[in-house]
Design a protein around this ligand. Structure first.
Ligand code: AFP
Length: 319
């Protein structure tokens, strides 16, 4: 069952992205930034769709240049943020260093992004995506995921969608890219219920992490359905769309944590928790972890309340 609030009742399914954002927040700078990122996602979707793949890279032309699609996505996102005029610092997973985008610190934002997550599965034509988180002001370290004012992912699958959440309103909201280039509001998620579906990342860690091995065996024994693509964006998005399930990426001594807190884990944590789900690094919500360094890595799980309780108890419980 869905619950609505007065703000959300005003947001009608079928409306455009701009109509939605205008009703959702009074922050004009944030609206502009989210619209500009939408423009970049639209272009990235086209570039992914028309890339030619061979050897080790998928390339597409941009002006006179031939660029690998992940580098192209990186460039397009930096351009969109400059054009928004409200981005102070931006930082990409490709080069984890702060770039001054020229926007104001006061009233502006700093943005961290993974331009094309799953770049190793572009050639196989699996779904890939862009992830970004928006923080107020000029700080991307010494902050937590909970400080984000917005987070989003662009999903380049059979359909292109822009899935976003804003601090000001509940829910995680999905927009579909139409043929004419507009984003149309198609779905809201407010609750993640229970359901036996699992996405086990970094499975090699079960070799020397007996607790993770125990957790995976539980899913198998209980006949959970396996749904895992190896792309974090589609794997996490399915929890939001199906409103059930669990995604895990657990570390071990020989298979260290690989996912980045700033560029991937915190923005997706914001989307999941706004959708009514839960997140954990094994002990606490990933949104409560202080981002010490731009390149911090962490293990993570996203899912329903009971799945996250089971995850924490199996990994770190006393019994
Ligand atoms: P690439 O961008 O190198 O393809 O990595 C994708 C990713 O970071 C994330 O999207 C997946 O959840 C994770 O890697 C998959 O890791 P496993 O190989 O351990 O499943």
């Amino acid at each position: 069952a869905k619950h609505t609030t007065s703000l959300v009742t005003k947001c009608e399914i079928g409306e455009s992205l701009e109509e939605f954002l205008t009703k959702a927040t009074t922050d004009k700078a944030l609206i502009r930034l989210m619209m500009c990122m939408g423009e970049a996602l639209r272009t990235i979707a086209f570039k992914v769709r028309t890339a030619s793949c061979g050897g080790t890279a998928c390339v597409n032309s941009f002006g006179d240049e031939q660029l690998a699609v992940d580098l192209l996505a990186n460039k397009l996102l930096f351009e969109a943020l400059t054009y928004s005029h409200f981005c102070k610092y931006a930082c990409s997973e490709e080069i984890p260093e702060l770039q001054d985008m020229g926007g104001p610190a006061e009233g502006g934002f700093s943005v961290a992004f993974d331009p094309l997550d799953g770049s190793s599965i572009v050639d196989t034509n699996f779904t890939v995506g862009t992830i970004f988180g928006v923080w107020p002001g000029d700080k991307l370290t010494g902050v937590t995921g909970r400080d984000q004012v917005a987070a989003a992912m662009g999903i380049f699958g059979p359909r292109t969608t822009y899935v976003l959440a804003l601090k000001d309103i509940p829910g995680t909201h999905e927009f579909l890219l139409l043929d004419e280039g507009k984003w149309q509001h198609v779905k809201d998620t407010y609750e993640i219920g229970e359901g036996k579906m699992f996405s086990p990342g970094n499975l090699r860690a079960t070799f020397d992490n007996p607790e993770y091995d125990k957790l995976i065996n539980y899913y198998v024994r209980e006949k959970y359905t396996l749904r895992y693509t190896g792309g974090m964006v589609p794997d996490v998005n399915q929890i939001i769309v199906k409103e059930k399930g669990i995604f895990t990426n657990v570390a071990s001594p020989s298979a260290k944590a690989k996912l980045r807190l700033l560029f991937e884990v915190a923005p997706l944590g914001f989307l999941i928790e706004k959708a009514g789900g839960y997140s954990s690094d094994g002990q606490k919500s990933v949104l409560d972890k202080v981002i010490e360094n731009l390149d911090d890595r962490t293990q993570v799980a996203y899912g329903s309340k009971n799945e996250i309780i089971r995850f924490e108890e199996t990994l770190y419980g006393s019994s």
